[in-house]
Design a protein around this ligand. Structure first.
Ligand code: ES4
Ligand code: ZN
Length: 326
């Protein structure tokens, strides 16, 4: 890649990463064995061959199946630690990590088991790797708002451990306004609000997330570009968008990286960032996302530097900790 060395050298923040989406098939097979859980793949090749998606739902079906082998606090620690070590190689200095508690509590794994395993690895990552981190608890939008309220209640003892809450899983048919009261409550509690919107769903979902819910960040936001009024709002408010190039390609949100809206968003003055989403499933960690999108869109060195700076500007780090990178 043309800017590979530059990209590798730049300090970056990763703002859109689902920890369960960093579950590499090698580790999945190891943990399946130690927990004596059956999985449908016998070899790495079989697993990778299954990672051939034509839409978000096909991915989600495999994503939820894969995480079914995660049972103990140690499993969640190992998963998170493996991601942090990998992120370190890409010069990631700060991560704001999503996790999906309902995908675990729904199959009988306790909230505390999941959360404590992740938190202990994040703490170790700060100490041993120098990677700062924040955790974002995400609600599954295919479930009900009532289920979301139950999670908010169950998670109460850990509320000081989360910087924010998210909204992910199957987008179409589950608009942000389905969760209007839940997010209003989360806002009152002081959480930052990060909503997936405009990945597969229409621009009206981005409008709802932004204007009705008051989102602090929009995850993906690709389809915002279909709405001229929304383009103006995103530019004027400098609401961060977390773009995920290889995710968009793998899930057929775009047919080719050249169709990515990222360059147009940069040139429109959006606060857009590059992220890996579910790197074990979509074929690349953060540097590979920067490299592939830079090549496809012929980004300038200055634009690549801008993207890395944007990742800190768009983060929830306090001003004194981000200014150093901007
Ligand atoms: C996700 Cl790419 C994506 N979109 C929506 N929900 C998700 N959960 C994990 N990855
Ligand atoms: Zn995502």
């Amino acid at each position: 890649a043309k800017h590979a060395e530059l990209i590798a050298s730049l300090p970056k923040a990763e703002l859109h990463l689902h920890i369960e989406g960093s579950f590499e098939p090698e580790m999945m097979m190891q943990i399946a064995e130690r927990n004596r859980v059956e999985i449908p793949f016998k070899t790495l090749e079989e697993a990778k061959a299954a990672y051939n998606f034509s839409n978000l739902q096909e991915f989600l079906d495999l994503y939820y199946q894969g995480m079914n082998v995660l049972r103990t606090e140690q499993d969640f620690h190992d998963l998170t630690w493996a991601y942090l070590k990998r992120a370190k190689l890409d010069n990631v200095q700060h991560v704001e990590m999503f996790y999906d508690p309902q995908a675990h509590t729904g199959r009988g794994v306790a909230f505390g088991t999941v959360t404590e395993g992740i938190l202990s690895a994040l703490k170790q990552g700060e100490k041993e790797l120098g990677i700062s981190s924040m955790l974002i608890m995400s609600f599954l939008r295919h479930l009900s708002e009532e289920d979301g309220f139950a999670l908010l209640e169950e998670s109460k003892p850990w509320h000081d451990k989360f910087v924010g809450v998210g909204l992910d899983s199957s987008e179409v048919g589950h608009p942000p306004l389905k969760f209007e009261r839940l997010f209003a409550r989360c806002r009152e509690l002081g959480f930052k609000l990060c909503l997936h919107a405009g990945e597969e769903g229409p621009p009206s979902y981005v409008r709802e997330a932004l204007l009705d819910i008051g989102a602090d960040r929009i995850d993906h936001g690709n389809r915002s570009m279909e709405d001229a009024g929304l383009i103006e709002i995103l530019r004027d408010t400098q609401t961060p968008l977390t773009n995920c190039p290889l995710s968009n390609l793998a899930l057929c949100v775009i047919d080719d990286l050249k169709q990515s809206p990222l360059k147009a968003q940069l040139e429109a003055g959006f606060l857009v960032t590059v992220n890996s989403d579910d790197p074990a499933y979509f074929g690349g960690y953060i540097n590979r996302n920067y490299e592939q999108i830079s090549d496809a869109l012929d980004l300038s060195a200055q634009q690549v530097v801008q993207l890395a700076k944007n990742s800190f500007t768009a983060s929830f780090l306090p001003e004194n900790k981000r200014s150093h990178f901007i």
